[in-house]
Design a protein around this ligand. Structure first.
Ligand code: COA
Length: 385
């Protein structure tokens, strides 16, 4: 297997983007990442695009050739990768495996979702849960994560105030990210007074409905310096599965797919949680961010709430969590999220993250979740080969 490097990244602005179509977004992101790598279309061997459901959001399937065509990249092979909200993370993994195996050299791994063109996104998002046992019974994603939050509160005494810190931290960092959907700071009080969505989760505990795209250029590590002075190296790319339905899980307070994939990733990269300088976690709801910082081993099970309360997850804290603003503030266009997380870590490791820069960051990590954890994709990145 060959080592793999990232030589170009890009992200569109995330938000409710009425003036941009699905194809505008993915083409903008893809072309900017090619430019960022000082490449041209002729250099590209293959494209993988994460997308959860252009079918439900836009009535558009067969998006892979549509994307290659509108980017002016025909006849480059393009494939769509789907794993609900982890579609981007898996597209990145497919691209890495294609380069590592020697099958292709220069590969684009991208992600895109246009969610705001339908009246109600909730049923489309619910398609990522178990239809028979969950969605058809009326259980939406906020409700599924609310049950996990209730259980964490019951088992560990976690409070709404502690959960709110995940959102406060996200908005604080998002206020320094010009590509974030929300660039306003919020207070604990604002979170606790926002409208209830699914008890105990309130509006400001939730990631928003978003449009956006992000893209990454991969190549063999040995070629990376041809394209950039600041390549970032992939140290581990792992994935694990768990039951799609929540009721079949052994525990509601641990996402086993995260634990399994993270353990493998730490082993492959030969690092421990202590070595990670910045992490982008999948905080689609505040409780999922809290579960992530425990399941990734940054804090013991049950102690995530206290760590959030003590400010240990701030940019200058013990571990910088979601310097981009996370799903909560940067936004969560489902298929684009895993790629946007990786793009943020690349900017951090290059030292290009502006006002949200984590001082001296050299090793970073991403955790991208599909559904309530049926899929987990973990990546570890390093400035040094
Ligand atoms: N955080 C902060 N503000 C938000 C927000 C969020 N998550 N969602 C909406 N808003 C704001 C809007 O910008 C709008 O502000 P404005 O009045 O100043 O323009 C206002 O709240 C109302 O927006 P609206 O779109 O009508 O909200 P909504 O009640 O229809 O939707 C949620 C709110 C929480 C239900 C929706 O954002 C949601 O479903 N989020 C979860 C998405 C999800 O499940 N993703 C997959 C995870 S697995």
């Amino acid at each position: 297997m060959r080592d793999v490097a990232i030589v170009g990244v890009s992200q569109t602005k995330f938000g409710e983007l009425w003036d941009k179509s699905f194809r505008d977004l993915i083409v903008e992101a893809g072309l900017k990442s090619i430019q960022d790598a000082n490449m041209s279309g002729e250099d590209i061997d293959s494209i993988y695009v994460g997308n959860m459901s252009a079918g439900l959001f836009l009535d558009q399937e067969h998006i892979a050739p549509l994307i290659a065509d509108h980017a002016g990249l025909n006849p480059v092979p393009c494939a769509r990768v789907e794993a609900a909200c982890a579609s981007g993370g898996l597209a990145l993994r497919q691209g890495i495996m294609a380069v590592a195996s020697g099958y292709y050299d220069n590969v684009i791994a991208a992600g895109v979702e246009k969610m705001t063109d339908i009246v109600d996104a909730t049923p489309a998002i619910a398609a990522a849960s178990d239809q028979e046992w969950e969605a058809q019974q009326g259980i939406t994603f906020p409700a599924l994560y609310a049950m996990m939050a209730k259980r964490h509160m019951y088992e560990y005494g976690t409070t709404s105030e502690q959960l709110a810190q995940m959102a406060v931290n996200g908005h604080e960092n998002g206020s320094k990210n010009p590509l974030a959907q929300f660039q306003n700071k919020i207070t604990t009080d604002q979170v606790l007074r926002s409208g209830k969505v699914a008890d105990p989760l309130r509006l400001l505990d939730c990631s928003p409905v978003s449009d956006g795209a992000a893209s990454i250029m991969l190549c063999p590590a040995e070629d990376a310096k041809k394209y950039t002075d600041t390549p970032i190296y992939i140290k581990a790319s792992t994935q694990a599965s768990d039951t799609i339905a929540l009721h079949s899980r052994k525990s509601l307070t641990t996402i086993e797919s995260t634990v399994t994939a993270a353990k493998k990733a730490y082993d492959i990269a030969k690092v421990t949680p202590k070595d990670i300088d910045a992490v982008e976690v999948h905080d689609c709801f505040t409780i999922n961010g809290l579960l992530a910082i425990e399941d990734l081993g940054f804090f013991k099970k049950g102690e995530g709430g206290k760590a959030l309360e003590d400010g240990e997850t701030k940019i200058d804290g013990k571990i910088a969590v979601n310097p981009s603003g996370g799903l909560k503030a940067r936004g969560h266009p489902l298929g684009a999220t895993g790629i946007a997380q990786a793009a943020e870590i690349v900017w951090q490791l290059r030292g290009e993250a502006g006002k949200r820069q984590v001082d001296g960051a050299s090793i970073g990590m991403t955790q991208n979740i599909g559904g309530t954890g049926g899929t987990a994709a973990i990546h570890i990145f390093s400035r040094d080969q």
